[in-house]
Design a protein around this ligand. Sequence first.
Ligand code: G3P
Length: 222
Amino acid sequence: MEFVLDTADIDEVKELDGLLTIAGVTTNPTIITKSGKQSEEVFAQLADYLKPEQKLFAQTISTDYDGMLAEARHICGLRPKNTYVKIPVTRTGLRVIKAAKAEGLGVLATAIYSADEAFLAALNGADYLAPYVNRMCNYCDGVGQVVGLIRMLAAQGMDTKVMAASFKNVEQVRELIAAGIQAVTVQPPVVHAMIDHPGTEIAVAEFTENWKNAYGRTTLLA
Ligand code: G3P
């Protein structure tokens, strides 16, 4: 299972990559604009930091066929390998996915709001599918729809990976991991919520206090 960070914040990437086993980083246009940096700077920082085996995902901005395909080639050329273009599953996007795969580019189909859109993108060859779980909850049972998508792909013997995105709480992430999802991309606030359970801090403080009261020190080695 790939655990991916959904952020353009290089400091968050460095901190969380030090703590966890991170398979890669996804960005989207909004995340990049919120960083206050130019996209070139964000991609350069991420490409410089990530190990070759860690994946980088960046999204097209153009909405026309030629523009999207040109941007797809540019994005996939940012690093020698493990770099994927994120293509929204509009009608034009579906055509671009077919063309990009015909050229051998790595593709993540994104802005997915239904299992139907996702499945059609998978048939066009997308390597990853990114359903927007929390946003889907405005229309349906987002988690349930993604569980259905995982089953659809398995039933058809397709190896396309589902990388769910747009999580707003740890419960959504947990349910999809339990359902066997291949990848999740999670924004730092939700990752921090997964890491930091207050009970753990309380337990450690209690151990330390008891040790100190009994032995007069806060270390194992005297
Ligand atoms: O990267 C795509 C996805 O994570 C968007 O999330 O929070 O804008 O719904 P959000």
